[in-house]
Ligand binder design. Structure first.
Ligand code: DQA
Length: 386
């Protein structure tokens, strides 16, 4: 797989240009890192940078025979319809990347005229956004994906992947983590989605409003419920078995998966797989996980609104009422395993059927990375829920 990485104006200066915003990595270092990230995934990259609009357009045209493009158009993002048209014209899957959180900066930076012709936009993740863009392109090439809209907002979309063979297929609804913040999106679960689809699960990897983009406990929870309900509208055409729908959530997505059972009905969720979940919002708040992530999501502290936490925290809504698989790594430095240990214990006490695994030497994202032994354990258990 051949990927072309294109950087626009002023990105030749990263490393020294506003390092508090763009970091201290130089363009040369970034391009070398892209080469190494791609080669780990069996892909190759070509890199290009220019400060000139016409040259960027020419390079896009020359990328017509590549398998994917990663582009950071710099300030051209915000007004260059010519670059937008070039991306559309070449028809190659293109990922838009921004190092900074453009949605949290000046209003003019929040506008992108290229987004609508890109397969996804990654922003606010620093230079690891380029790594994630490469990963996304590799995952898109690995298995056909249909992105389906389930509501009016740009975040009301999900990626549907259908396994080989005859249906009806069991369905795994995937709910990504990232502390409910809008800089992290469903591409985090691309590789897991591809792997589960290869194993015979139809996967519905959904997006939803997040903090910084209109999300918060109510809007986010409502989006997840709508995304799950929307399965009914395309189940028939894709041979989905709505009697066998499981919710798989990671980190903050674990909270959403557990709460999805509490709040939704059609189609019913038959089991929840909670990977390093935030199963207890108050404990997570006390532990200060993800900085102020919990208060930002709940928009109140537990002291300000105990009722909100009672409504939104899975541990306060036990029993969940469906079989639960909870897996946590003991080396998770983002969500402490202690939260899952007490969540699983309490859920069992309250009458839930719970399988709990605390995996030794395993970190937070190992649980969603098909290259790890931890993932082998996760899928072995998921397959029992089929
Ligand atoms: C940028 C954001 C743009 O607004 C800015 O003009 C850039 C870099 C980013 O990577 O964050 O040059 O695209």
């Amino acid at each position: 797989m051949r990927i072309v990485i294109i950087n626009g104006p002023n990105l030749n200066l990263i490393g020294t240009r506003s390092p508090e915003i763009y970091g201290s990595t130089s363009l040369k270092e970034l391009e070398d890192m892209c080469r190494s990230w791609a080669s780990d995934l069996g892909a190759t990259v070509e890199t290009y940078q220019s400060n000139h609009e016409g040259d960027l357009i020419d390079r896009l045209h020359a990328a017509r025979d590549a398998d994917g493009v990663v582009i950071n158009p710099g300030a051209f993002t915000h007004y260059s319809y010519a670059i937008r048209d070039a991306i559309e014209a070449i028809g190659i899957p293109t990922v838009e990347v921004h190092i900074s959180n453009v949605r949290d900066r000046e209003p003019w930076r929040q506008i992108s005229v290229v987004s609508d012709v890109c397969v996804t936009t990654i922003f606010g993740r620093g230079i690891t956004g380029y790594r994630d863009a490469i990963r996304h392109l590799v995952a898109r090439a690995a298995w056909p994906v249909e992105t389906i809209t389930y509501g009016p907002d740009p975040d009301h979309v999900g990626d549907l992947r259908i396994p080989h063979g005859a249906g009806p297929h069991p369905v795994a609804v995937l709910l990504h983590g990232g502390f409910w913040r809008n800089t992290i999106a469903r591409d985090l679960l691309d590789a897991a989605a591809v792997d589960l689809t290869e194993r015979g699960w139809a996967t519905w990897n959904v997006e939803f409003a997040r903090v910084g983009g209109g999300g918060g406990w109510m809007a986010t929870t409502a989006d997840v419920a709508t995304a799950i309900r929307s399965l009914s509208s395309f189940a028939e055409g894709h041979e989905l078995d709505l009697e066998r729908v499981i919710a798989v959530g990671h980190g903050s997505g674990g909270q959403l998966a557990l709460q999805a059972v509490v709040g939704s009905n059609e189609p019913a969720i038959s089991a929840v797989v909670a990977l390093a979940p935030i199963g207890d919002l108050e404990a997570a708040h006390r532990a200060g996980i993800g900085g102020d992530a919990v208060t930002a999501f709940a928009r109140r502290s537990p002291e300000q609104s105990p009722e909100r936490y009672a409504a939104a925290s899975p541990i306060r809504n036990l029993p969940i009422g469906v079989p639960l698989l909870v897996v946590h790594g003991d080396e998770d430095d983002r969500v402490p395993a202690a939260i899952s240990r007490s969540f699983a214990g309490r859920a069992a006490d309250e009458g839930d059927t719970v399988v709990y695994h605390e995996l030794e030497g395993v970190g937070h994202n190992d649980l969603i990375d098909p290259a790890t032994p931890a993932w082998d354990k996760v899928v072995e258990e998921i397959d029992r829920l089929r």
